[in-house]
Design a protein around this ligand. Structure first.
Ligand SMILES: *Cc1c(COP(=O)(O)O)cnc(C)c1O
Length: 379
């Protein structure tokens, strides 16, 4: 079956990026470990020459991610990176020059603050606005790039990609969306008008907590070439093993993200019923402040639930008492994890703020575990 015939995500993910069927060849070729390739004669058209430039295992993964970010689109190009930060930095530093202005979220992934510092050191003006609301619009005049992260990590606010992309394009700015939390099955920024969809593959995309990875997907060949040239120059390349593990894990992306979103909603509803858990947020909750905007542009709402307990010690007692939910950072994995975000510093969240990543366990088991741990924390 040709990939173009695969029209639903469940079908698409199991075949994405695989080579055509060859007798006696594996369905997903193993990782290619090569620092260099046999390279006779002229190098200009060589697909593989040196390991920092290209690798067949990346090629398979990149075409798979491209199919998911922009199905059936012959123009989509994807560039895989060693991590999400590698991908984010590649976009910002390859596209911005001294004297340019960029609009960034004031509340997104916490390393954006370090990036902001770097950008300013290089003479780039950084303007920031919260993800929720429309304040980004007011900052676009003269900006070269708008960076949005929706839903935002860890606050789970959502902004309207289509409306902001239109406003930014009117002013000649490029639009990049951090699509980490949603994954390409939850949200397709390129179809919503963004120029670049950028993500950490470390989280829900690969979902097993054993790989760091990032990528940039876009539909403009020059943009893709400049991001790829940046990767080659700084060497922020994924290992072949990581790329292969990531590609292998995409086959379960549909079942994982569906189950996780269903579980997250069940857990969020159960937390809502507890008076000690305040400001329970999940974009799938019908009365969540982000739900209306999320429903317009997302097809599944992700695995993250956030809420606030009465103070640091309370939250620590709760996390200690959980049996099925590990105390760990990151999110999107098959096993549920949670952490008190304030332990890192950097996020503007209350001391008792908990970010919970809901895994593939039975929803009833998870809800029971959370209730027991809340009871234990209250004592
Ligand atoms: C984790 C994360 C990143 C950074 O990704 P790494 O793979 O850890 O480098 C960027 N953006 C968001 C929204 C994230 O959650």
């Amino acid at each position: 079956m040709n990939d173009a015939d695969a029209d639903t995500d469940a079908t698409r993910v199991v075949r994405a990026g695989l080579p055509g069927e060859e007798p006696y060849a594996p369905p997903l070729p193993g990782p290619v470990f090569a620092a260099h390739y046999h390279l006779p004669g002229d190098v200009a058209d060589a697909p593989y020459a040196y390991g920092r430039d290209a690798n067949p295992t990346w090629t398979g993964l990149e075409s798979a991610i491209g199919e998911l970010e922009s199905p059936g689109d012959p123009d989509v190009e994807t560039v895989a990176f060693a991590s999400g930060m590698g991908a984010i930095s590649a976009v910002l530093f390859s596209q911005l020059r001294p004297g340019d202005a960029a609009v960034l979220p004031s509340d997104g992934y916490n390393l954006l603050a370090s990036l902001r510092q770097r950008l300013e050191d290089f003479g780039i003006e950084v303007r920031t606005a919260p993800t929720a609301g429309e304040a980004q619009r007011e900052l676009l005049a003269g900006a070269r790039l708008l960076w949005i992260e929706t839903p935002s990590n860890p606050g789970l606010d959502v902004c309207d990609i289509r409306a902001l992309a239109d406003a930014a394009h009117e002013r000649g700015a490029l639009v990049a969306v951090d699509n980490t939390l949603a994954t390409p099955l939850g949200q397709r920024p390129l179809a919503l008008g963004a120029d670049l969809s950028v993500a950490s593959g470390t989280k829900a995309l690969t979902g097993h907590g054993d790989v760091l990875l990032g990528y940039v997907a876009c539909r403009d060949a020059d943009l893709a070439a400049s991001v790829r040239a940046w990767r080659k120059t700084v060497g922020a390349i994924p290992g072949p093993m990581e790329a292969w593990l990531a590609h292998r894990s995409l086959a379960t992306l549909d079942v994982r993200t569906r189950r996780q979103a269903d579980n997250a909603l069940a857990v969020a509803e159960a937390l809502r019923a507890r008076p000690e858990a305040t400001d329970v947020r999940h974009p799938g909750l019908p009365d969540d402040p982000a739900h209306a905007a999320a429903a317009r542009q997302m097809s599944r709402y992700g695995c993250v639930v956030s809420f606030t307990l009465p103070g640091r010690e309370y939250a620590e007692r709760f996390l200690d008492a959980l049996r099925l939910v590990g105390d760990a950072t990151s999110f999107g994995g098959v096993r549920s994890t949670a952490e008190r975000r304030g332990r890192w510093g950097g996020d503007a969240v209350p001391d008792g703020f908990v970010r919970l990543s809901v895994g593939l366990e039975d929803a009833g088991d998870l809800v029971a575990d959370l209730r027991c741990a809340l009871d234990a924390a209250a004592r």
